[in-house]
Structure formats: C-alpha cells, structure tokens
Design a protein around this ligand. Structure first.
Ligand SMILES: Nc1nc2c(ncn2[C@@H]2O[C@H](COP(=O)(O)OP(=O)(O)OP(=O)(O)O)[C@@H](O)[C@H]2O)c(=O)[nH]1
Length: 563
C-alpha cells in the first residue's frame, strides 16, 4: 500500500469537519493505516535496539506519520531528536542545520487525534490537511532579482564529500562540525561511548552524520547526510556521500546538488593505491561529469604515516595527473594534508610538529576560497525535490535545491512528472522563514492545494508558464566509462532512477571540439565521447542541460549532458 494512502483517501474539507465531531473512543486511523503504523512501530523499535527505552510509542508514531511510514527516516529522526539530541543553539557564528528538515514537530503529528475536538486546528497541524478548500496563498508580486540585489545575502554554497569507502569522509565532517561548534563535546563523547559499546570505537565522530542504525552497525554511510554550517562569509551545506559502491546512486544524487567537492583520500599504507582503483577514480569522473569543476583533495589519515611530506607529495602528484585527465583544470584543484580524526588542518592548523612543513590553507579556508557555480537566476524556476514529508505548516513539505530561477510566497508551481499544480504557502531558507529564494539555495517549501500522492523524491518543481517538458527519449553527449553499445541501462538524474536502454549511437564525437568524428559507430570505448540516444520505460521531466549518469550491471558506464 502506498505510504500516502491515508492522505489520498481523504476529502480534506470533510476531514476537517469530521474532526470536530469525533469521540475519544474512535481509532483515528483506518484499519490499513493502523496495520502500517503497528508494523512500522515494531520495525522502528527493533531498529532502535537498546535505545528503544529513550523513545515513547507516541513519539515513534509521530515520526512514522510525518515520514509516511518510512522506517529509516523515522529512526534517523528519533535518534537525532531523542537518543543523541543536538545541542541548543549557541551564540557562535556557526548555525545549526535547518530545523525544519530535521523531522516532525510535535504538534504536526497530532492531526489524527480525533478525540481532541476542542484543540485548535492550527496548533495540531489539522489546518494543513485542507488541501483544496483553503484560500490561495497571497503573493506579494515581488521583483525577486531586485530584492536580491538590495539584500546582499551571505554567499551560499553546497559541497559533496566523496571518496573511496572508509577514506574517512564522515569522520572528517563530524570533526569539522565539532571544531566549528555546531556539535558540542558532550554529544561527541556520548557518540564515542556508544560506538565503543558496540565495538565500533573509531566511528564516534562519523556517527554525527551516520545516524541510521544500519549505517552504524555496518560502519558505512548509505545515504546522503545533509548538515549546514556558516563561516564569516558563506553558508555551507555539506552533502556527505556514501563511499560504498552499492550506494553510488545516492552519491550521484548528492553530486547533482553540489557547487564543488571534497575528495577524501586515505594516505595510509596501500590504502591510497587500492582506493585509486576503486571509488576514488569513479567518484572523480562522476562528479566532473555532473558539472562539478572545483575539487579540494583532502589527503587524510596522515597521522598513520607520521605526517610524511613525501607520502603527501607522492599522492598529490599522482592525483593531480589523474584529475587533469578527468578534465579538472589545475587552477581548480587544491590539496590539503589532514587528519580528520584529530582535526589537523581542518579548521585549525595542525599543532603536530611533524606536520609543520605544511603552511598552506586549512580545509575550511579552501572551502572559503571556492566560488560557487554561476547561478541561473534569470531562468525559469527549476527545483529538484530531495525529500517530501509532512510538517505542521503543510502535509506536503518539500526540501531541495533551487537549480534555476526563483520562487516566492504565493507562487503557483507545477510538479513534474505528475503535472499537478501547487502553491507556495511559505518558504524556509537557512532555517528562517523568507518571502523568496533564488537559484543555489537549499530551501524547504510548504505547499498547498496539492495531494502528496502527486509529489515524489526526484520530481522537478517548475514555473507553470515555462514548464520542464516530459519525455521518454533523450539525446546525451556522454563520456564513456565502459564499453557502450545498444544495451539496457539504469538512468540516474538527481534522486531519480529509471530503467531504460541505449537505443542508438548516432555519432562518435571529438573530445575537445564536440565535432562528429564517425557516424553510427557500433561500440564506444571507455574514455571516448559519443552522442547516444536513450529510451526510458516511462516519461520523466527532461530538458537540455541536465546531467545524467548511466549504469549497468552495478557499474557506471557513462555520464553526460542532455542535448
Ligand atoms: N588514524 C586515522 N583514522 C581515521 C581518520 N579518519 C577516519 N579514520 C578512521 O577510518 C574509518 C572509516 O571512517 P569513516 O569516516 O566511516 O569513513 P567514510 O569514508 O565516511 O566511510 P563510508 O562513508 O562508509 O565510505 C574509521 O575507523 C575512522 O575512525 C584519520 O584521520 N586518522
């Protein structure tokens, strides 16, 4: 049964009216939803293991309701909220991540408590259930570009953290957040204690980002973890990607939202060499194909080789050579020697005497030196939906990054591929309610006048006057990672995954100029660039300029730009 079933079956106006008259005794859920809720509660309790005593059944039900019975998301939320709560906001310049994306508000989870008839609908979130009978949100018809010009907001940038499995990506980001005081000492010590208890002593810092029980028990990242921090000049969003080959589709989703990348390399004996054959290479090629041009290479775990400058230089030289063949320009590469575990050269320069040979920028300084990609401010609105969930403000709340254009309160939007209209009730950017937001910002939109069944992770929200078209066939200018020929493939664009096939290869192209070298080649070898035609099993929102990755048999076979 669909996770949206309860919402879909409701006539929202009636639901609110009926709500007034329900008695205490009635079960607030339909039998199907009660079954889903009971099963979900049991699954969440099992996943929480020994931590289950810290969470009540009501809190579990709230989380399940909010996340449409998604057990993983509910567990991640409950852990961050009740098992390892974040510290209260400090006066530090560094801001905590967006609270609205972090999970259900208590009141939001109450809409089905039919017995509490006297409760104010606005405080229960019931108001949010009226989908088609509420008045349309009012627009102030702002000229967003001139508002932007006037407000001169802090620069915002997103970066994806990639690299071979176990290179130390999550540990480094956990440590960075700790050193920037986004995460406090008590929380880190607690995570370290818990990690030790579970025989994962070295993963305490990584658990700041890896919050799912399965991630913790396996010691690997499985999905993108998003956290936010601010420096003096920039509001950054971290997209911590999984290194494990099995979860590469989540890494692709992260890379598609990034302005630049941190590539983490394990410098310890033999680890760099095996990583280069594995995800180091694949991730570098992928992020470049996804349009990321600035790369900061964090050469990590230098504590394990006594801060050998020779090892750093050896890795730096090999990586610079490899990255330039992957089409990164030397001026867009930076190399920082670090120990993510100890915090050397992340926020503060290393105090280890053995590391004194390095006098260059720290990792954070290199982040500050990175220019976000040019924003397509004047283009029509395009926003890829990262996640859909319920909040007190709206049963259809979406988070994601505005890739092009702008959005303001009261705007009418079109959701593709469902083709349904929605309106913007309110907007959150950098945790604060705002009247408008522009390309490059990660935002939360509270939508009205749309049923949640019509909005999915990976959808595109666009301007109804200039909608993104839907298609099931597209032409791609693709870099081959493997041999290409007419064959079945999986197509990845942001969060969207679709089965399809390479239907034709009309041309082999010159890598530098894009000119046709040969018409209708039979196969394309790795490293070549070709124009290929891909057919999908169903229609999805597609337009020129989108970045797409093709995979087959568990391998990335090509990536490129829609023509
Ligand atoms: N000695 C040392 N160990 C480190 C350092 N950074 C990470 N580690 C260890 O390396 C292991 C893997 O760290 P993670 O942060 O989980 O690695 P990851 O790259 O995020 O892993 P995946 O996301 O699953 O690919 C853990 O045991 C860490 O404690 C470091 O700078 N020095």
């Amino acid at each position: 049964m669909s996770r949206h079933q309860y919402i879909r079956n409701l006539d929202y106006g009636d639901a609110v009216d009926e709500y007034e008259g329900y008695s205490e005794e009635e079960d607030e859920l339909s039998p199907e939803d009660r079954a889903l809720m009971n099963q979900g509660t049991a699954d969440v309790q099992a996943a929480l293991g020994v931590e289950v005593s810290k969470v009540t059944v009501a809190q579990i039900e709230e989380a399940l309701w909010h996340y449409y019975y998604d057990v993983d998301k509910s567990v991640a939320y409950l852990i961050s909220k009740f098992v390892n709560p974040r510290p209260k906001a400090t006066k530090s310049a560094v801001q905590p991540p967006n609270a609205d994306t972090a999970g259900p508000k208590t009141a939001a989870a109450q809409p089905k408590k039919k017995g509490t008839a006297s409760t104010d609908a606005a405080t229960t979130g019931m108001e949010g259930l009226k989908i088609n009978d509420a008045p349309l949100p009012k627009s102030r018809n702002l000229d967003v570009l001139s508002e932007l010009e006037k407000s001169k907001p802090k620069k915002s940038a997103s970066f994806v953290v990639v690299g071979h499995v176990d290179a130390g990506k999550s540990t480094m980001m956990g440590r960075l957040l700790f050193d920037l005081k986004v995460v406090d000492q008590r929380t880190v010590e607690k995570l370290q204690r818990e990690a030790r208890t579970e025989g994962k002593g070295s993963f305490g810092l990584a658990w700041v980002l890896d919050q799912r029980p399965e991630e913790r028990s396996r010691g690997i990242t499985m999905d993108i973890a998003t956290r936010r921090f601010e420096t003096e000049h920039t509001a950054f969003t971290i997209l911590d990607a999984p290194g494990h080959a099995e979860y590469i589709y989540n890494m692709i989703a992260g890379a598609s939202q990034a302005d630049f990348a941190i590539l983490v390399i394990d410098a310890s004996v033999d680890a760099f060499e095996s990583g280069l054959k594995g995800q180091t290479k694949e991730h570098s090629l992928l992020i470049r194909s996804m349009g990321v041009s600035r790369i900061i290479v964090a050469i990590n775990k230098l504590d394990t080789v006594a801060w050998s400058q020779e090892r750093f230089s050896e890795i730096k030289d090999q990586m610079a050579g490899f990255l330039s063949t992957a089409n990164f320009q030397h001026k867009n590469m930076a190399f920082v020697p670090v120990s993510g575990l100890n915090g050397d050269n992340l926020v503060q320069r290393s105090s280890d005497l053995a590391a004194s040979w390095y006098t260059g920028p720290t990792l954070v300084e290199e982040l500050e030196n990175s220019e976000p990609s040019a924003r397509a401010l004047a283009k029509p609105l395009r926003m890829t939906v990262f996640e859909v969930y319920r909040t007190m403000q709206s049963p259809v709340t979406v988070s994601g990054r505005i890739e092009a254009g702008s959005v303001q309160m009261g705007d009418a939007l079109l959701v593709q591929p469902s083709g349904q209209k929605a309106y913007v009730k309110s907007i959150l950017a950098n945790e604060a309610a705002v009247d408008w937001a522009v390309a490059g910002q990660n935002v939360v939109l509270h939508l009205s006048h749309i049923d949640p069944i019509h909005v999915r992770d990976g959808d595109i929200i666009c301007d109804p006057a200039k909608p993104v078209p839907k298609a099931d066939t597209f032409k791609l200018k693709a870099l081959a990672f493997d041999i290409l020929m007419p064959m079945p493939v999986e197509v990845h664009r942001g969060r969207l995954n679709q089965a399809g096939k390479i239907e034709a290869i009309p041309a082999l192209l010159d890598k530098a100029t894009g000119a046709v070298v040969k018409k209708n080649p039979k196969i394309i070898k790795p490293g070549m660039v070709a124009r290929i035609v891909v057919k999908l099993e169903s229609q999805v929102p597609l337009e020129a300029g989108q970045r797409v990755v093709l995979r087959s048999g568990g391998q990335t076979v090509a990536a490129g730009l829609l023509e």
